[in-house]
Write a protein that binds this ligand. Structure first.
Ligand code: SF4
Length: 180
């Protein structure tokens, strides 16, 4: 069984399809303290709960809202997206690895590998390092090839589609700087 970190509902659809088509058993793990503000965090949880229902998924939820912890970890890198995202990915993937070891999963992966807007190579590199360090296989798949397909399905299901990556800085980058 694989533990798949789930970043949100829309990004989960295609990876779920891939794993099911290959008859790979998996559980989902929601751990995203990078999502702000709180109403956005709730919207994304709601969308994933819809996916959970429709796809009959087993998900381990961590619904703790992590604004303060996130800021503590990343504030000094607020204007250095590469470093900030590295901390953010490592944080979420390390929690996934620890959960995978705790529940005795055979491997781990993440739906972060689906989005064409994420730093794919950095995510892969961090996951491989964690895999070596914690001695648990990382299931790698370039889920980006199904980006269009997943997006179409999300629209059909009427899922909430987020306009920015997740943290408060990415919200600013997406809207405030553009408006200025
Ligand atoms: S832009 Fe996305 S990946 Fe980067 S720190 Fe913000 S939430 Fe995390």
């Amino acid at each position: 069984m694989i533990l798949m970190h789930l970043c949100c509902g829309p990004c989960s659809l295609y990876p779920i399809k891939v794993l099911r088509a290959r008859r790979i058993s998996f559980k989902g793990f929601f751990y995203n303290p990078n999502l702000h503000p709180y109403r956005e965090f709730r919207e994304r949880i709601k969308a994933l709960e819809t996916v959970q229902k429709i796809k009959e998924l087993e998900i381990i939820w961590d619904k703790g809202y992590g604004l303060r912890d996130f800021l503590e970890k990343t504030f000094e890198f607020k204007d250095k997206p590469e470093k900030r995202c590295e901390i953010c990915y490592t944080w979420r993937l390390k929690a996934t690895v620890k959960k995978a070891l705790e529940i005795k999963a055979e491997a781990f992966t993440t739906t972060l590998l689906y989005s064409i807007y994420q730093k794919h190579e950095l995510i892969k590199e961090i996951a491989e390092d964690l895999s070596n360090h914690y001695k648990i296989p990382f299931f790698y798949e370039d889920f980006r090839k199904g980006f269009k397909e997943g997006l179409e399905e999300a629209k059909k299901l009427g899922l909430y589609l987020q306009g920015y990556c997740g943290c408060i800085f990415s919200e600013e980058e997406r809207y405030y700087k553009k408006l200025k």
